[in-house]
Design a binder for this molecule. Structure first.
Ligand SMILES: [Zn+2]
Length: 483
């Protein structure tokens, strides 16, 4: 689960729903499959994925790659069908953005006046070194400004309205400026660019022109005050090495093909993120056992159990683990932009997070589970029925909705797919700390919760009706537009 990036909605309310009739009765084969979900198996898997060797599975890192290979090996052992472009792997070509290195220089001149922003106030997105000496800064507000200018070799400061911004940027990029200049009008201490960028999106937006982003009120003010067109400002830049390096990172995808000739073309995604925070400073390894090694081994375990069914569920079930969630849901966003299975045939996403720690900050959560956006769809009702059959209480926690946008489920919700993150403890000691280790996981409880999730998945997969958004819930309204 990633740290909060957006203000949470602070209100919640209750919606009375009719209790759904309990019509599902699991077959003996289903109960046998559920019994295959093993605490010992997950203890073994998680002790590897959260080991020191994997160095906290940062995106990108060798530890992350080893984890991906291990997950793929377990999918293979279970007999899931490989569904990536490279066996079980969906390869994402991303750009890793590094801070500007030693030797970087940046200064603005307006007549005799000079401003040289500090290195930690600047981010650059460039796949090549850059050296400019006294390049004129052109201020471009709209398409007319672009037409009126010879932008070749200049540094273009874009101040177009959000509505026009994309078109103006593309038009300007076509004239081969030396760089784009963006300013952030504050002095906050926040990252200026993400650590990972999709190169296709970057190229579509900026045409491969390097971007220099400067934070600070002084530069922002100078640009704001400058007239459109040639501003009279000149800029000198020395970037000795590229800041954007191509990297390959991978989602891991295994398919359990549905058995019904019609419903098999609909998909349910069972997901978790397998990355974590890596090595940090002098603190050492952030193991990420609960966040989200627990979800990862649960996806592997539920995949194994359901793959053992003699008759597959009616709908197809996709088991998938994502890279880059902690950096900003990059793995799920990549998948959504490059879906292996059509998103309009994807009927639900159950995303699994933080299933291993029962010592929640809110109290003990033994035999309990919850989900984000509890009343956003009718999925919680199904999971409650599955919980009744497996001894797990699935209940709504007061702050659960605040976590709806804190994990990969949100990516799919934005595409109109009913999507939740299933959680045992929303908050727990050692969250995003080095103490999140595999030894602290309650494996027996996790196996029990996973049986509830596995049974709930079967119920969703076999139901004649796909899950639905709850249109009566105003918080769900923004996600219902696509379906
Ligand atoms: Zn996290």
């Amino acid at each position: 689960m990633k740290t909060h990036q957006k203000p949470a909605l602070l209100f919640f309310f209750a919606v009375a729903l009719l209790a759904a009739p309990q019509t599902f009765s699991p077959t003996p084969e289903m109960y046998r499959a559920l019994a295959d979900i093993s605490a010992a198996s997950m203890r073994g898997n998680l002790s590897f994925l959260a080991s020191d060797l994997l160095e906290g599975r940062d995106t990108p890192s060798r530890g992350l790659d080893i984890a991906a290979e291990y997950i793929a090996a377990q999918f293979r052992r279970s007999g899931l069908e490989p569904a990536g472009d490279d066996g079980y792997f969906q390869t994402a070509k991303m750009l890793r953005i590094d801070p500007v290195a030693d030797g970087f220089e940046l200064s603005f001149h307006a007549g005799a006046r000079e401003v040289a922003p500090a290195k930690d106030r600047v981010a650059v997105v460039s796949q090549r070194p850059l050296e400019l000496s006294g390049a004129p800064v052109w201020k471009v507000r709209n398409l007319a400004d672009v037409k009126a200018a010879d932008l070749k070799g200049t540094v273009v400061a874009l101040t177009a309205s959000p509505k026009e911004s994309r078109a103006v940027t593309r038009a300007a990029a076509g004239l081969q400026p030396a760089a784009f200049l963006e300013t952030v009008d504050d002095d906050k201490d926040e990252p200026l660019v993400p650590r990972l960028i999709d190169p296709d999106a970057e190229h579509a937006a900026f045409g491969g022109v390097p971007r220099v982003i400067v934070r600070g009120v002084e530069v922002a003010k100078a640009l704001k005050a400058a007239k459109a067109g040639e501003t009279g400002l000149v800029v000198s830049i020395k970037l000795p090495a590229p800041t954007a390096t191509p990297v390959k990172v991978r989602n891991v995808i295994g398919l359990l093909r549905g058995s019904d000739p019609v419903l098999r073309d609909q998909y349910i995604l069972i997901t978790a993120h397998y990355d974590h925070l890596g090595l940090q400073g002098t603190d050492g390894v952030f193991h990420g056992a609960n966040d989200d090694g627990s979800g990862t081994v649960s996806v592997m375990e539920i995949g194994k159990a359901l793959a053992g069914l003699p008759t597959h569920p009616k709908r197809s079930i996709v088991f998938m683990t994502f890279f880059g969630e902690e950096e900003g849901s990059f793995g799920s966003l990549y998948y959504a932009r490059h879906p292996v299975f059509p998103l309009d045939k994807t009927v639900a996403n159950l995303n699994l997070e933080q299933l291993g720690r029962t010592d929640s900050s809110a109290g003990s959560e033994v035999s309990n589970a919850s989900l984000t956006g509890f009343e956003f769809t009718n999925v919680a009702r199904t999971l409650q029925q599955a919980g009744e059959l497996t001894g797990v209480k699935v209940y709504e926690t007061p702050n659960g909705d605040e976590f709806f946008d804190r994990s990969d489920n949100e990516t799919f919700a934005e595409y109109g797919i009913p999507a939740h993150t299933i959680v045992v403890a929303f908050e727990y000691p050692d969250y995003h700390a080095i103490g999140d280790v595999w030894q602290k996981i309650d494996y027996d409880n996790m196996a029990k919760v996973d049986r509830m999730i596995a049974l709930g998945t079967l119920m969703l997969a076999d139901s004649p009706d796909a899950p639905k958004w709850n249109r009566a819930n105003p918080k769900a309204a923004r996600f219902t537009r696509a379906k």
